[in-house]
Design a protein around this ligand. Structure first.
Ligand code: FAD
Length: 484
């Protein structure tokens, strides 16, 4: 069996490669596992993206008369049912750095496969290493992994097991019909919508980035209205595995070596750094998965102890009365994307200005991020919330951000149409209820007072950060995560 997870592609795929090498017929499958799809961090965005990706694979496999199966079953149930018909020798999959549900599932499966005398062969993903105690030689090991050849194969060599739908029904397996969606024969790059999943379109995005979009990478990366085209937009394709890290890294390297222009090289280097951060964050989470639920630095447990549901709801719905915050949240809900700077500002606004715990927004943001990757999501959220105690505390000022990153207020006016007719200078200055709000037709008054919230957050955060307790945890955190 080859169990597909966050690796939905038919190239540079070590589990498929190894299964072909093993020489036995291959049962290639994906399962929408109920435990995972019912969890609060799952959303339609993710499900549709996965469907697109599976459909793309299915179409290519069909051309070669090969089969891919898609289920809604737990892996244990699936294996038990399939064992009625087949002898299962090996299960090949990638290692997953997922949420606690996939972690617990993996522990259960390890015991289950052992008990069932099935070999479970797991392959590393994204250069992330299991069981690391610290980062002493992480950099060099990680770089070496990027140089290993890609695990490519010929689709004709994929000897897939073919079971008819009738036989599948007899095994009582719920078998998802992939063709429920209209098959999209054209690859259409459209930044204004939720991106379509699949290896084919992933490659088109990568090509369009390295063929020109990257030219304004550094200039536009923090600007919400421009980053959508000048940044790579490869995150969902990496998160769901339509592209492997190695594939993106080799495309970067090819372009970098071919370029003689220092401006181009600077843009490409900035992109490469972020690609490395990606694995750095996932590695951090792999080594300390408690970060999904607990403050990385427990000294911060004493702050943000009161949940305010009204504030949380206003934030989730993009109804805070802070134009750039609302525009970013509404954009996210509609497209599944917002650039890094706005994500950082949103997390900062929620935790510092609304003074709410990062755990109260983690699931909502996971659902609206099309590129949701637990290994980046939780460490980033905690970093922006200041609960690591090792990073500089940054409280983003949404008014300054709006002046600097959306000077003409085009992005804001697109997503907050209530401000359509408001003069730009006023959009950037909207702070208090009172006479200014006369200019803002139907737009809300800010739900909190910015200045006093900012002052309080700064005082409270610094008081904890400077405490002996926070400092005592700091060293342990640095020892575990700082790269050597
Ligand atoms: C609170 C918060 C939560 C986030 N959650 C996620 C998440 O769930 N999934 C996710 O992929 N990114 C996450 N990010 C990181 C970043 O915002 C996105 O990766 C980036 O905006 C995606 O756009 P892009 O593909 O155009 O990236 P590019 O700027 O083109 O960067 C290239 C690739 O590098 C990686 N990358 C970029 N920035 C970062 C970063 N700061 N940290 C780690 N990796 C990075 C991504 O894989 C990205 O595709 C989060 C950031 C914050 C502040």
């Amino acid at each position: 069996m080859v169990w597909l997870k966050r690796d939905l592609r038919l190239s540079d795929h070590e589990p498929i490669f190894r299964a072909i090498e093993a020489g036995l017929p291959i049962f290639l499958f994906y399962s929408f596992e109920p435990d995972i799809t019912m969890n609060a961090d799952w959303s339609d965005f993710h499900e549709h993206f996965i469907y697109d990706s599976l459909l793309d694979m299915e179409l290519r496999l069909r051309d070669h008369k090969k089969r891919l199966y898609v289920f809604e079953e737990t892996i244990e149930d699936l294996v038990v049912k399939l064992k009625q018909k087949f002898e299962i020798v090996n299960v090949f999959s990638h290692e997953e750095v997922g949420n606690s549900i996939s972690y617990d599932r993996d522990l259960r499966l390890k015991a289950f496969f052992e008990y069932s005398s099935i070999n479970w062969i797991e392959c590393e993903l994204n250069g992330v290493m299991r069981g690391l105690q610290n980062r002493k030689s992480w950099n060099s090991k990680f770089l070496a992994k990027l140089k290993v050849r890609e695990y490519d194969f010929n689709l004709n060599d994929l000897n897939t097991v073919n079971i008819s739908n009738f036989e599948m029904a007899q095994l009582m397996l719920e078998f998802k019909n992939l063709s429920f969606k209209q098959i999209k024969p054209f690859v259409k790059i459209d930044f204004s919508e939720v991106l379509q999943g699949g290896e084919t379109i992933a490659r088109a995005f990568m090509k369009s980035f390295f063929h020109g979009r990257f030219q304004n990478y550094n200039k536009h990366i923090s600007k919400p209205g421009l980053a959508e085209e000048s940044c790579s937009r490869l995150a969902p394709y990496l998160s769901w595995g339509n592209l492997s890290l190695k594939q993106v890294f080799s495309a970067y390297q090819y372009k970098y070596n071919a370029s003689e222009d220092s401006w181009e090289k600077r843009n490409l280097s900035a992109f490469k750094s972020r690609l490395f951060w990606r694995s750095h964050f996932i590695q951090k989470f792999e080594s300390e998965c408690e970060m999904e639920f607990m403050n990385q630095n427990p000294a911060f447990n004493c702050i943000r102890t009161e949940e305010n549901h009204e504030l949380i709801e206003s934030f989730e719905n993009g109804m805070t009365g802070f134009p750039l915050v609302d525009a970013s949240m509404r954009c996210l809900r509609a497209t599944g994307y917002i650039n890094f700077r706005m994500r950082a500002m949103l997390a900062s606004f929620f935790t510092h200005i609304l003074w709410q715990d990062w755990r109260c927004i983690a699931d909502h943001l996971a659902r609206v991020f099309l590129d949701y990757e637990p290994g980046i999501h939780y460490p980033q959220l905690q970093m922006q919330a200041g609960t690591t105690g090792v990073n500089t505390i940054r409280i983003y000022n949404p008014f300054l951000q709006s002046e600097r990153q959306d000077a003409e207020a085009k992005f804001i006016k697109k997503w907050v149409p209530e401000l359509q007719d408001t003069p730009v200078e006023l959009v950037h200055k909207l702070r208090k209820s009172g006479e200014q709000s006369l200019f803002f037709n139907n737009y809300l008054d800010p739900i909190v007072d910015y200045e006093s919230s900012y002052r309080k957050a700064k005082e409270d955060l610094w008081a904890v950060k400077k405490s002996p307790e926070a400092k005592s945890y700091k060293q342990k955190i640095l020892d575990m995560h700082v790269q050597g």
